[in-house]
Design a protein around this ligand. Sequence first.
Ligand SMILES: NC(=O)c1ccc[n+]([C@@H]2O[C@H](COP(=O)([O-])OP(=O)(O)OC[C@H]3O[C@@H](n4cnc5c(N)ncnc54)[C@H](OP(=O)(O)O)[C@@H]3O)[C@@H](O)[C@H]2O)c1
Length: 329
Amino acid sequence: MKILVYGAGAIGQFVGGMLVRGGAEVHLIGRPALVSALAAAPLQVQDLDGSVHTIRLTVSATLAEAPAIPDLVILTVKGPATAEAAADLAGHLPAATPVLSFQNGVDNVARISAAAPGLAALAGMVPYNVVQIAPGQVRRTSDGQLMAERAPVTEALLAICERAGLALDLRSDMRAVQWGKLLLNLNNPLNALSGLPLRQQLLDRGYRCLLADLQQEALAVLDRAAEPVAQVTPLPPRWLPRLLRLPTWLFKPLAARMLKISPEARSSMYDDRLAGRPTEIDDLCGAVVRCADSVQQLAPKNLALARLVREAPAGRWYGAAEIAAALRS
Ligand SMILES: NC(=O)c1ccc[n+]([C@@H]2O[C@H](COP(=O)([O-])OP(=O)(O)OC[C@H]3O[C@@H](n4cnc5c(N)ncnc54)[C@H](OP(=O)(O)O)[C@@H]3O)[C@@H](O)[C@H]2O)c1
């Protein structure tokens, strides 16, 4: 299978690299820094068990330089870049080329379909954290299995993933899966504002209670909107706020799997804030607010957190009490 990964950052390099291990022919579309790095040395992909795979694949900064028409596109740009990426793909690829979104949020399939109605957009979900150590070097820092919409092309991808040791679950309820993941991703803005590594931030009950409040608000909105929410962690989604509010001494053993993250890992929204790039806040808290609007309900905490992320000055980090005060206002 010829696979084109469009937007090769942390996730794109990890998934693309692993798929080469499974026998796919992968071409990456990335920024010039990645193109230069991979001209100098092969891609280095470190998996959760510490094993490092050295992978040779092709890369270019533009679609015009891509070597072949792909059987499948995997889209891994951040949400704000989706529409532009989809329009670029539509300008270069034959109609009906499948485009699998391995992005967070619930809106990217609709964005791809709107910007590129001729392409076949498919939903996917990446449950784990991947960090880019440097262009051409990525490391997976937590566990879980990829999920994707069941379709002939993802059925074919399954065999490649199996050979690569890359767990993939094919589903027919991807919207519910994406809402289930979004509940967990509501921690990304808190992590980005805290400036702390994820593990350290999750071990602080103040931040956990904020996350519980955001999730509870989102769950109430989703109930009202009759949007199903799939279980994407060992615990059903409705139990998550209760788990998060437990005292840390009790949370730590019960959430051992959630805390199995490399000590230095942070959310990629932290990286975006640090680099002054647009964040995915509109795809996360913004999606909850839009869903609330659609059923004439309010989501004041998600609304306030989205505003805080947009307005927070670069380099300013926030304690849990400060964020709580902003959410109350
Ligand atoms: N990283 C994680 O742990 C993780 C886990 C689960 C899900 N996700 C989701 O997966 C998606 C990708 O995340 P990520 O962390 O891999 O993001 P990322 O590291 O920022 O990767 C996206 C890459 O695409 C590049 N890009 C954007 N537009 C491009 C274009 N037109 N041509 C070439 N390159 C382009 C970006 O460059 P610029 O930065 O220069 O624009 C960036 O290098 C997001 O939706 C994220 O929420 C991430």
